[in-house]
Every structure is written in structure tokens, then in C-alpha cells.
Design a protein around this ligand. Structure first.
Ligand code: ADP
Ligand code: MG
Length: 240
């Protein structure tokens, strides 16, 4: 579903992705781990065209992702993104946040969108909070709204960039639990995370990124429990 073929990406002279080859199959959960600055966010942002790349190819279901092409809007509706800092619209309630994309981007019928948005918010445990503004919600609740908002676009895949890193520890569990449910429903997800235990339970595959290169790549068991690369071993010692 998501494929990277020898992808190179630079910011000016600074090469940040140095020949990335990776694949996320439909229904798979891929976790992306690595030290700060290794290129994880850049990799995600290239998938939905928030960043361009210089060479190689990224494709979604065979369609090349080109940040400068008009097809990028269609790709963004198929691949939703969830950010570390939620990025909800502050002047809209939880429900309005979830309804915004389907109405204004997909041009769908308001009543149908509302019914589905309510269902998504119930599904992430926010039935009682639909009419609350983001400032009245906890970080964990805001992130669950952001996930409901992504789901409302009926994406083929969801990219999540450290979805629990900005949360107080007591709220991490409620967000991971929503992601666990989505994984069980076979939602295709590429997740940047430092939650190694979560990755162990949920990921079909894990990629360890080191200074813009994939140093290690395999099943969660292989990469997280029996890493062979010294950089992976060192990284895991530091985060676990
Ligand atoms: P990670 O998410 O793994 O912490 P990033 O993908 O954010 O890493 O960053 C990888 C490298 O690219 C870092 O050295 C960072 O400073 C650099 N970088 C990221 N975004 C930009 C940008 N917009 N302009 C210049 N350099 C950037
Ligand atoms: Mg990052």
C-alpha cells in the first residue's frame, strides 16, 4: 500500500533520507523508531506530500506521490496524518473538527457526515465530549478527537507522528488503546513511536531508522527483542 523505493531527501545540502526502501502492506501496522533527528518525521511527511523528495519513488497503491503535482490533494485524502501536537482547530468543537474534512474537502452531505462523525467520536470514547472545544479537553482527549478526525476521512492508511509524545503519562494508555483497536480492525498504519511495549504488541513490522538510513527492519519480535545492529541495541537500551 505504501512503498518507498530508494528515496533520497535533502534540506539544502543536508541529506536527511539516504536511500529509503520500505513497504507497508494493506492492513499492516508498521512502527518507525529511531533517535531524534534520524528522519522519522520527514519520512512520514514525504508520504503525504508535506515535504518533497529529490530522488527515488514513494507510491500509494502504485500511484506516485509528488508533492508538486495536483494529485497530491487526492493523496492527502487517502492518507490521513495525526500529529504529536493534535493540531485541532481551536475555534471548533470536537464534533465540528471531525466534520470539517468530510464536508469541506470531500464535499459530503452534512447530515450523513454528522452521523458518522458522532459514531467516530463514540468509538474513541468521546460520546460525552462532542460539543467541547479543544481547550476544554485533556491532551489525551484532544488526540482521540484528532484520530476520529483522521478516520472521518475514510483513509486507506493513517500516518501517526509520535501520537503520545506530547501527553502526560496517565493519558498515553487511552490513546494507545484506540490505536490497538484500529490495528485489530486492520487499519493500515505507519506509526512513529517510542512506545516500545506497544510496538511489540501491535506492530507487524518495525523499522529502525539511523541517521537517514534503515539500519534494521523486520518483525517486531526480530527488531525489538533480538536486534542485530549495534545502533538498534544501543537505542533500545536507552528507551526501554
Ligand atoms: P525525527 O522525526 O526522526 O526526529 P526529522 O525528520 O524531524 O527527524 O529531522 C531529520 C533531520 O532533518 C534533522 O536533522 C532536522 O534538523 C532536519 N530537518 C527537518 N525538517 C527540516 C526543515 N524543514 N528544514 C531543514 N532541516 C530540517
Ligand atoms: Mg519527529
Amino acid at each position: 500500500m505504501i512503498r518507498f523505493e530508494n528515496v533520497h531527501k535533502s534540506f539544502g545540502k543536508h541529506e536527511v533520507l539516504k536511500g529509503i526502501d520500505a513497504e507497508v502492506d494493506k492492513g499492516q501496522v508498521m512502527c518507525l523508531i529511531g533517535a531524534s533527528g534520524s528522519g522519522k518525521s520527514t519520512m512520514l511527511r514525504c508520504v503525504n506530500g508535506l515535504e518533497d523528495y529529490q530522488s527515488g519513488r514513494i507510491s500509494i497503491d502504485g500511484e506516485t506521490v509528488d508533492a508538486h503535482s495536483s494529485s497530491i490533494h487526492a493523496i492527502r485524502t487517502r492518507v490521513a496524518m495525526v500529529f504529536q501536537r493534535f493540531n485541532l482547530f481551536p475555534h471548533m468543537t470536537a464534533l465540528q473538527n471531525v466534520m470539517e474534512g468530510p464536508i469541506h474537502v470531500l464535499g459530503e452531505n452534512r447530515d450523513e457526515v454528522r452521523a458518522r462523525a458522532e459514531e467516530h467520536l463514540r468509538r474513541v470514547g468521546l460520546a460525552e465530549k462532542m460539543d467541547f472545544y479543544p481547550t476544554a479537553l485533556s491532551g489525551g482527549q484532544q488526540q482521540r478527537v484528532a484520530i476520529a478526525r483522521a478516520l472521518a476521512m475514510r483513509p486507506d492508511a493513517i500516518l501517526l507522528d509520535e501520537p503520545t509524545s506530547a501527553l502526560d503519562p496517565e493519558m498515553v494508555g487511552e490513546v494507545l488503546s484506540v490505536l490497538r483497536d484500529l490495528a485489530q480492525e486492520r487499519m493500515t498504519m505507519l506509526i512513529v513511536t517510542h512506545e516500545i511495549q506497544f510496538a511489540r504488541e501491535v506492530a507487524d513490522g518495525v523499522i529502525f531508522l539511523d541517521q537517514g538510513r534503515i539500519a534494521e527492519h523486520g518483525s517486531a519480535e526480530a527488531v525489538l527483542s533480538k536486534p542485530t545492529h549495534p545502533r538498534t541495541q544501543d537505542f533500545l537500551r536507552r528507551v526501554t
